[in-house]
Structures are given as C-alpha cells and as structure tokens.
Design a protein around this ligand. Structure first.
Ligand code: ARG
Ligand code: GLU
Length: 721
C-alpha cells in the first residue's frame, strides 16, 4: 500500500493543511510564509531573530564552509563548528606518521597552535535582494533557452557589478522556482580559516561506511575551526598578524537536550533537490542512472575493500576514495529503494494525470507541458546513460583518468615554437600532482579494476558511441579484456611512478608524442571524444527540458494554488523546520529518536577499524563521567533524528531549538529518506544530528580541551555545574 497520499489528492483536499515538514525556505521570506506555522509548532523566537536586514541576527552566524558544507559561529572570537567529514581534508593535510591527527585527534591548546588551512574559505551571506523584474526585462518569450540563459547571465553580471562595486563583497544572481524568480545574493568571503580541534577518526567517523546513511547512528561528526581577519575585522589572506574574527552574532548552546515532538530548525546551504520534476526524470534517475552507477561502484568497491582488508597501508591509502565512492553509491541505493517503496513514479504519474485534466479543461496553454517532458526525458535517456558509463567506467580506471592531466602539457608542447618556461611550469605542476596521486595509489587494485570497467562499458553502451580502441580489443585481443589490461599496464608510463618521474625530469617539448601514444592517454582521449560527440545532444535535450520545466513550475503553482511552494535547493541559505521524531523503517519496527554512548559500547569491535572505541571513552562510560553533558535520564546522548528537510551541503548545519539555541549539528539522513531530494515523505524522511552535548563532552571530558568550551556561551549555564 502507498504510504503517501498522492499529491494530486492533497491538491483536491486543499482545506486540510498539509502536515508534511518538507521545505527549504528562504530566510528572507520566513516572516510571510512560515513564521506563524513555526510558532504554532513551538518556536519561541521570531522570523526577525532568524533573518534581519537591519540588526544582527542568526543568519550572521551561519556560513558556507569550504564551498560544500555549512558551519556556524559559536563564540565572539570566530570559533566555528562543522562536521568532521567536512573538515576531514584539512585534518588529513596536516597529518603525517609522527603526528597523525586522523588517528589521534588534534586540539590546539591556545590560538598560537591553531593551524592555517590554505585554500579553505567560509562565506557569509550579507544580504539577498529580489531582482526578478530586472532579469525579466532582459529576456522575452521569443528567445530560445540558450539565448535566454545568455541574456540572464549578462544581466546578472551587470547587477552584481553594480551591487559590489567599491566593496570587498562577492555577489551572485541565483534562479529560484526554475527561473521564475531571481535573487541577488551578496557574500563576504573569509580566507584565513584555521583548524582548532578534531576528535580521533574513530569518534568523528565512528561506524564508517557501514553506518553511513543509516540509523541507529553514533558518529561524533564534528570538527572545530576559527576565522581570522585583519585589524579592521575584514577578511584577509593568511597572515600571522591576523586576529580572531568578531562576529555580529554567535549561537548560544543548549545543554537541555531534546524530547520527541520538540520544534527544531536547520539553517544552512542545501545543494540540490528536484521536487517538482516530471515522472520521466524520476524514472531516469532511480531506474536508469542510479543502477548504472551502483553496479559499477559495486565492482570497484569490492576490489578496493578486499585489498584494504589485507593491508593496513592500503587501508589508509584507499580510505578516502572508498568513503567518497561509497557515500554516493549508498545514497543512490537508498534513494532508489525509497522511491520504489512509495511507488514514487506512479505518484508522479497520477499527479501528471490530474494536472493534464486541469490544463485541458481550463488552462490549454499548459496542455503540452506533460507530453513534452515525457518526450524529452525519453530523448535524453540514452545519452545520459552513455555519459554515466563514460564517467564511471570509461575513465573509471585511476591511471586512465589521471592521464587526462597531461593534455595541457601535450598542447603546450605540440606547437611550432614551444614556450619552455611555460612547459617547465606545467611539468612542475604535474610532478606535484603525481606525488599526491601515487601516495594513495595501488597498481594491483587498479589493474584488477581496469578490465572490468572496460568490459562493462563495452557490453552496455550502444555501438554507435563506441570508441575505436575497442576494435583493437575485439580484433587483436579477441575480446580478452584481461590481456588488454596487461598491455595497458605494461606499456603505460603512468603505471610506474619511477618511469613517470624520470620522464618528467628529462622532459622536452618533442617528447610529447610518448604521452600522446600512451595507452592510458589514448583511452582517455577517445572517451572524451565520445563524450564530446554526445554533448550537443545532451545540451539540446536538457535545454528543452529546462525551458519546459520553467513553465511547468509556474503551472504547478497555479494548479495547486493553495499549496505553499518552496524553491528547489540551489546552494543558497535556507531554513528547514520540523520536529524531533523517530520513524518506522519497516513493518513491526519502530526507531527511537536518539542514541547513546551505551550503543557505541554495544557496537564496539576492536577488530573492525570503524568500530574501535578508545580506552579513554570507555573509561568515561564505565564511570558515567558525563558531567553536565548527561541527559536527564543519566545517559550520554550521542545522535538524534528530526524531520527537517535537508540534503547534501546541509552537513555541519546548526540544528536549533525553539529558543534559537544550538542543540546539534546536522550530518546525514536515514537511508530510504534520501528520496527526499525528489519526493519528501514525512513518514520516512529524517535528518540525523549529532547532539551538541556529545560534542562538548568529547571536547571537554574526552580531550580535556575545556578552554574551548569556556569560550562558548552555554544557555542558562548556572543550571549546570
Ligand atoms: N552521508 C554523509 C553525507 O553525505 C556523510 C558522508 C561522510 N561519511 C562517510 N562514511 N563516507 O555526505
Ligand atoms: N552528509 C551530507 C553532506 O555532506 C548531508 C547529508 C544529506 O545529504 O542529507 O552534506
């Protein structure tokens, strides 16, 4: 049975309020669209406290972290909290065998020990302004989608220039509701962000990929950074003279804990959702593209994991690769399952049927939308499939994709008058890239994966897209992919770092031919040529889709005139709100809304890397030495669940209680709940949060970094001594 009432039905029952907690709302519009409902759900503060144009408000403490996550300011000296997995790259970069911060954790004892992280930035949204009218004046209905996009881009650049001239701000114009509304967003970018603290990875990544995207969860997924600025409190490149940033606003922290049903809100940077799509999109995603990627990654992961289990060195080398491959892989499995469970494609089709009837009856101008989308999603399908096979399998062998870096060198060398200075610069960059690459490279793994990838490509991609090196495999190697892989690994310069370094050391422009003929490079370029061959079709069909989706969005808003629509996520600041609540994952099973340190001890397994528990943590648990961080039930709560609509990019987002205090950091969703990027089902979609009390407990009791907790502001701290 369908667990969700079909949206079409909801549309017919407009007098009944929709009880779903879905939505990623614009902070600037909360006052008009959401404040009342939020307060009815228990919120004690106002929309103005969250986003104010004239006063310091919560939005001044929420930033984009490292271009992909969210972080929040928690002290008047620019102290930041984000997830461990968001800070992971920076922590890893500062780690070496003799100071392995991944294994041991890192805690700066004072600000002199805080570690600069070149390249790491945070962005604060200063302001957002509706610029729809200006953009609309720059376009007209006669334009093709490509012309329209060009005109929008040109007008956006003008708007940004006007708005940021004479300031140190950056700007961008973003489209909402599929190009039916536009906002100018002004950012202040901070460029000196330093690492302050991180737990050992067996806390920060506890449960690893096994627990990833799952509940019950026990991950202490946090790390600590600090923003530094110049003497005027303005962003500046790293300098030893920089000072801790004084924010306009920072979060108070609540040690009160949460109860089921409590109001919660997440404030952050969700990246992408597609909630208003046609069933063709849903089909292509969950039935066609996800299975392709899942199947290919299954193969890669099996090889990588088998080798990792045999050697601790390989385990370290491949930890990050496995984590990122597995993260997307597992998400796709969950998403496809989730959509199948609620019969999501049929739900969309039912909706389209109701929409079509409405259009035919009273809005003929919209009558062609659904059939057009149906056609365009059919058109684009084989091309998207091929694109997936190219990116995941075609160039899915590590040294094949790595060989793509050499195009620049070949191009620079292949001219009448090669510029030797430029060439030696490129060679230097390549040498550095190679160092990073081979540090975490295992040839045996790659050799085993290579023929599987080529074979998958060959057996699944339409012959008309087949690169010509497959003819060699078929004719010369009699279809023996293993033998062909032997040939690649024996003859490619890239399969042997010593050979490659020697080649680079003695490089001169005329040697480019060796690179051009390298088997890896040949495969890479033929794959890219194949991609370039299908690119025009992909953009044509995608443009068709985008231009119809623009009207479909508008039409859906008229079709369901009483529904409150939120724009799809687009990596801009949003507010989601909901309640603390568990869920029912399957028949006869009900999940609690929180986990405890007791669960970490239950999961402990000294033989499995992801489930090792530090002695110090066990000792604290044995003595129930939780101090003021214990829940009123006497246990140490680790994570909890809520029904806030979140997606990738919301990692590290502050989770806030009814009083506006910080109660945790968002870091994940439950498995089937990842369908919420396409359809939000209030029965199964939950976000996973690390309890702020566990974070502070680890900092204070486990790591003894109590100076950091002292720097933060605990709400009603007199109650906890
Ligand atoms: N699933 C979370 C998010 O997408 C956490 C990922 C990091 N953890 C991991 N075990 N790979 O991105
Ligand atoms: N872990 C995700 C991130 O890195 C957040 C989880 C989600 O997709 O909801 O942003």
């Amino acid at each position: 049975m369908k667990r969700l009432i079909s949206i079409a039905l909801i549309a017919l029952m407009t007098t009944i309020p929709v009880l779903a907690n879905d939505g990623m709302w614009l902070p600037i519009l909360l006052q008009y669209l959401n404040e009342k409902e939020m307060q009815e759900m228990g919120m004690k503060i106002t929309a103005e406290d969250i986003y104010s144009i004239n006063h310091a408000s919560m939005k001044d403490a929420v930033m984009l972290f490292g271009g992909g996550c969210t972080c929040e300011v928690v002290s008047n000296k620019g102290l930041l909290l984000t997830n461990y997995h968001c800070g992971y790259g920076s922590i890893q970069r500062h780690s070496a065998i003799d100071h392995d911060y991944l294994t041991d954790g890192f805690w700066a004892k004072d600000i002199t020990e805080e570690l600069p992280c070149p390249g790491l930035t945070t962005n604060l949204m200063v302001e957002m302004r509706d610029v729809t009218e200006r953009i609309n004046n720059a376009v007209n209905d006669k334009m093709t989608q490509a012309e329209r996009e060009k005109a929008i881009e040109a007008e956006s650049q003008k708007i940004i220039k006007e708005a940021t001239a004479g300031t140190h701000y950056q700007g961008s114009v973003e489209s909402y509701y599929k190009g039916n509304q536009f906002f100018l967003i002004i950012y202040e970018e901070f460029k000196d962000v330093r690492l302050v603290g991180a737990p050992p990875s067996n806390i920060g990544k506890f449960g690893g990929d096994t627990d990833n995207w799952m509940w019950p969860r026990h991950t202490g997924d946090f790390s600590i950074f600090r923003i530094y600025v110049d003497k005027d409190n303005k962003p500046a490149e790293y300098s030893p003279d920089n000072k801790p940033y004084q924010p306009k606003y920072y979060f108070n922290i609540s040690l009160e804990g949460v109860n089921e049903g409590d109001f919660t809100m997440v404030f952050g940077y969700p990246a992408r959702t597609n909630e208003y799509e046609h069933s063709g999109y849903v089909y292509n995603t969950v039935e066609v593209e996800n299975p392709i990627v899942i199947n290919i990654r299954d193969k890669k992961l099996a090889v990588m994991k088998a080798y990792s289990e045999q050697s601790p060195q390989i385990r370290i080398q491949y930890a990050n690769k496995i984590a990122s491959l597995a993260n997307g892989w597992k998400k796709m499995i969950g998403q496809s399952l989730g959509i199948q469970n609620v019969d999501g494609i049929q739900m969309k089709k039912d909706y389209e049927k109701a929409f079509q009837q409405w259009a035919d009856n009273s809005h003929k101008e919209y009558s062609t939308i659904v059939p057009s989308l149906e056609k365009y999603y059919n058109d684009i399908r084989p091309y998207r499939k091929t694109q997936r096979y190219i990116s995941e399998a075609g160039i899915g062998t590590e040294i094949i994709s790595f060989s793509g870096n050499y195009t620049k060198l070949i191009t620079a060398s292949k001219t009448d008058k090669p510029d030797n200075e430029k060439i030696s610069k490129i060679v230097e960059t390549l040498r550095n890239q190679a160092k990073t690459f081979y540090k975490d490279y295992n040839k045996d793994i790659d050799r085993e994966i290579c023929p599987q990838m080529l074979e998958i490509f060959y057996s699944n991609v339409d012959m008309k897209f087949m690169p010509s090196f497959f003819t060699t495999i078929r004719d010369k190697y009699k279809g023996d992919f293993e033998a062909y892989a032997d040939y690649i690994f024996k003859n490619s310069l890239l399969s042997d770092s010593t050979k490659l370094y020697a080649f680079l050391d003695n490089y001169s422009a005329k040697k480019y031919k060796t690179l051009e003929k390298d088997p890896c490079y040949v495969i890479f370029t033929e794959m890219i040529d194949t991609y370039n061959g299908i690119r025009p079709q992909i953009s044509e069909y995608q443009n068709n889709i985008d231009s119809v989706m623009h009207y479909y969005m508008k039409a859906q808003m008229e079709f369901e005139e009483d529904r409150r629509f939120y724009p799809d996520a687009n990596f801009t600041l949003r507010v989601s709100y909901g309640k603390v609540e568990g869920f029912k994952p399957m028949d006869a099973v009900r999940y609690d809304y929180f986990t405890t340190l007791d669960g970490i001890i239950e999961k402990e397994d000294p033989n499995i890397y992801d489930y090792v528990v530090e002695d110090k943590l066990k000792e604290l648990w044995r003595n129930k030495d939780y101090g003021r961080y214990a829940d009123k039930d006497g246990t140490m709560h680790t994570c909890f669940l809520a029904s806030n609509h979140t997606t990738g990019g919301n990692s590290g987002s502050p989770v806030i209680n009814a009083k506006g205090e910080l109660i945790g950091l968002n870091f994940d969703r439950n498995w089937q709940g990842t369908m919420s990027d396409i359809i939000y089902d209030p029965n199964v979609c939950r976000n996973i949060i690390v309890d702020i009390r566990y974070v502070l407990f680890i900092i204070d009791k486990f790591a003894g970094a109590s100076h950091l907790v002292k720097e933060m502001k605990i709400a009603n701290s007199q109650l906890y001594n």
